[in-house]
Design a protein around this ligand. Structure first.
Ligand SMILES: Nc1ncnc2c1ncn2[C@@H]1O[C@H](COP(=O)(O)OP(=O)(O)OP(=O)(O)O)[C@@H](O)[C@H]1O
Length: 258
């Protein structure tokens, strides 16, 4: 049974009186528990719109999103906020870490918001930072560490409360190739060892090659989907092939880094 189901998702931006734009058209998606799924497509195809709807950040014009048997599109504002705090984790391109806090305090934020006890927070902090190879950074400020380390801290923050689903929007968008690899290996580790369910939007075929399945969107509709199998390099080539059929901005095609 899927952990997340999107049914008939349509998103129309714009006011009743102004110009309207249909960014997503009757979209269906079922994500299995523990799946690591990538969302790709040309600029403006509706990737972030889809991620925002799947993650409860935004609500659809019509259609439903169900996460672990809760139809989130039916929840009141307060219940939705509580659901989001407990059941979702987010990783953004620009990390979204707070400058006034240490790395450790940033990572513990979801536990603070969920009112955990201090000693339990510290135990969990140690566990996740060790898993992600950033345990020695917890007392540092965010301007003292590298982009790759910041993104691994953001991943730690996303997983520390063991949410049902993690959503990542271009997590390697600001990183060089070495840091991108480390971040994707961290996400892969969580997927393989912790069975974390992750949904990631990316332009980067290298990042996408770490996923188990990649769906491609064009003009707000599903264009294609491909599965990894047991060879990441072949999957990377498959991703490039679909991208070349799909078209889009040349910016969307990045250098091969194998
Ligand atoms: N808040 C909004 N109001 C109006 N139109 C919007 C809004 N957000 C997105 N759009 C439009 O909806 C379409 C899909 O946008 P979306 O950001 O989902 O695409 P994307 O595939 O994530 O693009 P990119 O790869 O460039 O980030 C685009 O045409 C965009 O201009």
């Amino acid at each position: 049974m899927p952990i997340l189901t999107a049914a008939n998702l349509t998103k129309i931006y714009g006011s009743q009186r102004g110009v309207q734009h249909e960014a997503l058209h009757q979209f269906h998606l079922a994500v299995g528990k523990g799946e690591f799924i990538g969302i790709m497509g040309p600029s403006g195809s509706g990737k972030t719109t889809l991620l925002n709807l799947l993650s409860t950040i935004d609500s659809p014009t019509s259609g439903t999103v169900t996460i672990d048997q809760t139809t989130v599109t039916n929840l009141s504002r307060n219940k939705l906020a509580a659901f989001r705090r407990k059941e979702t984790g987010f990783i953004f391109q620009d990390y979204n870490l707070l400058e006034t806090l240490t790395i450790g305090e940033n990572i513990m934020l979801p536990l603070t918001l969920n009112k955990w006890k201090v000693n339990e927070m510290k135990e969990r902090l140690q566990l996740v930072t060790e898993q992600l190879g950033i345990a020695e950074l917890v007392d540092k400020r965010i301007f003292e560490v590298s982009g790759g380390q910041l993104q691994r801290a953001a991943i730690a923050r996303a997983i520390i409360h063991e949410p049902t689903v993690i959503y990542a929007d271009e997590p390697t968008g600001n990183l060089d190739s070495k840091a991108s690899r480390q971040v994707m290996e961290a996400l892969q580790f969580l997927h393989q060892e912790k069975k974390t369910t992750t949904i990631m939007v990316t332009h980067d075929p290298f990042a996408a090659s770490f996923c188990g399945r990649v769906i491609f969107i064009k003009d707000g509709k599903l264009f294609n989907e491909i599965h990894k199998g047991d060879n990441r390099q072949r999957f990377f080539q498959d991703i490039l092939n679909v991208q070349s059929i799909l078209g889009g901005n040349t910016d969307d095609f990045q250098t091969v880094r194998f």
